[in-house]
Design a protein around this ligand. Structure first.
Ligand code: G6P
Ligand code: MN
Length: 442
């Protein structure tokens, strides 16, 4: 079995220990020959490595490990790039959330003017740079990209690279599948074969087949309608704040019982109620800073107290880590496993544009994803998707054309935004907050 060289880009992230843990636990399915950790923030990079190195050494004695802020070193002799960067860090996530809220508009990491347009225009140049470097030093590598906002990023990488050996992915549909399988008493998310269509963070499950070929969606819908979401995914997706999402999830199913939604639709279908529940002085970014990030710093403190005897923490598994390693393994060994991924439509959803980046099931082969084609989608879902797609495409236009007008259109057309006057105010604040992270808009 050939072995793989992986670089994690954005390795200083709080999500990296989960990815490393999955890489180590899946040693038989996806053996490593080298692990590189790369970040532009040297301190954070070493902090994560300090926490994980005992576990790495124990699982893979003698493995080549590279911990670096140098691009050439990071990307040379690599088979798989796992990109999961947050351009501008949690600080700019916080402004993405707070600026729209100031004007009564949804302030969310990946949705609305902050999450989709502001974060999108910040991420695009960073991702393009990473992919160029990766292709320069390892021309045959595969790039698996988690970096958000994945819908906008995927559209940009389509335009720039035709998504050649690039796979854009997101853990949310899989995390939701995990909740479903728990509710149905099944042992893993792989127990259900999902039928699904949408854009990233904007889609619907239409069927869920179990190993005996039975569609369990009707049964699950009844369970949700009577008792709500009684199980919620993995550790990441069950803290106090995420619980609110699962509560709202049942409301979406009550109003739209035909399919089962991606939880992110709450921000588009109940925008004003979501705004009413948000606190401009304490958004999700603050909770992540106080929660997940602090936990990681506390862990590192333990390491510093006794580096010699420190044992890496074994966490509850994360969908985020397992999914990316499974996808890479399916590419590396031509397994053809079925996953929900972001691909160019090309007829998969027959009544959506061919050049839309959509999220659908695909069989993951060595030469890339082979998407499944589905029947034409209903008017309601199509209308919702076309609106959101226009906003995402306009954000990418705004970036490539340095266009203020396109950025304004991207925000104004977004379903979360009530008027052009508000869109303009938000855009002007975002320009200031993003500074050099954004191109100069003309
Ligand atoms: C899900 C999404 C990710 C997103 C994350 C935010 O996992 O798929 O794209 O980044 O949620 O979670 P957080 O706990 O940081 O708010
Ligand atoms: Mn996601």
């Amino acid at each position: 079995m050939k072995k793989n060289a992986v670089v994690i880009v954005g390795a200083g992230s709080t999500h990296t220990p989960g990815i490393i843990q999955s890489l180590l636990q899946k040693k038989d399915e996806f053996p490593l020959r080298k692990l590189a950790l790369f970040d532009i923030d040297e301190k954070r990079l070493h902090l994560v490595y300090d926490i994980m190195k005992q576990f790495i050494n124990e699982t893979y004695p003698g493995l080549e490990v590279v911990v670096t802020t140098n691009e050439e070193e990071a990307y040379t002799d690599i088979d798989f790039v796992f990109a999961q960067i947050r351009q501008g860090g949690l600080k700019l996530r916080s402004s993405d959330e707070k600026i729209p809220l100031k004007y009564g508009v949804v302030g969310q990491e990946t949705c609305g003017p902050g999450g989709s347009i502001s974060y999108g225009m910040r991420s695009i140049p960073a991702i393009i740079h990473i992919i160029k470097m990766a292709k320069k030093y390892s021309p045959n590598c595969w790039i698996l990209n988690y970096s958000n906002p994945a819908a906008v990023v995927a559209e940009a990488t389509r335009r720039e690279f035709n998504n050649e050996r690039i796979l854009n992915i997101c853990d949310m549909p899989t995390a939701i599948l995990l909740s479903y399988s728990k509710m149905l008493g099944l042992d893993s998310w792989q127990s259900l074969d999902p039928c699904y269509f949408g854009l990233n963070h904007f889609g619907w499950f239409t069927a869920l087949y179990d190993k005996e070929g039975k569609d369990r969606l009707p049964e699950l819908r009844e369970m949700i309608l009577t008792s709500g979401m009684t199980a919620c995914s993995d550790k990441h997706h069950k803290d106090k704040d995420w619980q609110k999402t699962w509560k709202q999830y049942a409301e979406i199913v009550k109003d739209y019982p035909d399919f089962l939604p991606n939880s992110y639709l709450q921000y588009y279908l109940y925008s004003s109620e979501m705004v009413a529940k948000m606190d401009i002085n304490r958004t999700r970014a603050d909770m992540v800073i106080e929660g997940r990030e602090q936990e990681m710093f506390a862990e590192h403190k333990k390491y510093l107290e006794s580096p010699e005897s420190y044992k890496s923490p074994l966490q509850e598994f994360t969908v985020f880590g397992d999914f990316i390693v499974d996808a890479a393994s399916s590419i590396a060994y031509n397994k053809g496993e079925r996953f929900l991924v972001i691909v160019e439509n090309n007829g998969a959803i027959p009544n959506m544009p061919a050049d839309a980046m959509v999220e659908v099931p695909a069989y993951i082969r060595s030469w890339g994803p082979e998407p499944v084609s589905i029947p034409a989608i209903p008017t309601f879902h199509k209308g919702m998707m076309e609106n959101q797609l226009a906003s995402e495409k306009l954000a990418v236009d705004a970036y490539f054309e340095n266009s203020y007008d396109k950025a304004l259109q991207a925000i104004a057309i977004n379903k979360t935004v009530p008027s052009t006057t508000v869109a303009r105010k938000i855009l002007d604040d975002l320009i200031e907050a993003n500074g050099d992270y954004w191109p100069t808009l003309k």
